[in-house]
Design a protein around this ligand. Sequence first.
Ligand code: NI
Length: 178
Amino acid sequence: MTRLTILEYPDPRLRTRAVPVAQVDDTVRQLIDDMLETMYGAKGVGLAATQVNVHRRILVADVSEEKNAPLIFVNPQILTRDDVGTMQEGCLSVPGFFEDVDRAHQVRVRAQGRDGKAFEMDTEGLLAVCVQHEIDHLEGKLFVDYLSELKRTRIRKKLEKDQRQRGTDPVRSRGPAI
Ligand code: NI
């Protein structure tokens, strides 16, 4: 497995819309394994293929305490959303920033797994938020898009400065980054 490079905001490639996966073959499975390695290595709870510059509709997630329950969603679709609430979100592509976002906290999702078989799953809480956040990535959307222009600009300037200075370790200590 290979740890892949995660694109960081405001990289324009994060704005790419991902295309559906026609067939879950060995190439897709290799990418899934690399994405899991990358997500665990970065201490995230979710990762979209968009974030590693592969513009295909694939997500991975693991919201378990022990980090031993990987979930794979190929061509994910949200069927129903319920119970809107606020949760603090972070993102591996927006390192060091955590902000409140309103989202459904109960979501039913349909996707295909590692074996290509379709399944449906009821998700809630952090996982429900994660699925919506990651599907946004596949649409070229980031959680900062839900914030005020002022906040988004502040975050962009700080990250651009960090990216210029490289070598500074981003702070990721305030919550789960997805
Ligand atoms: Ni993210």
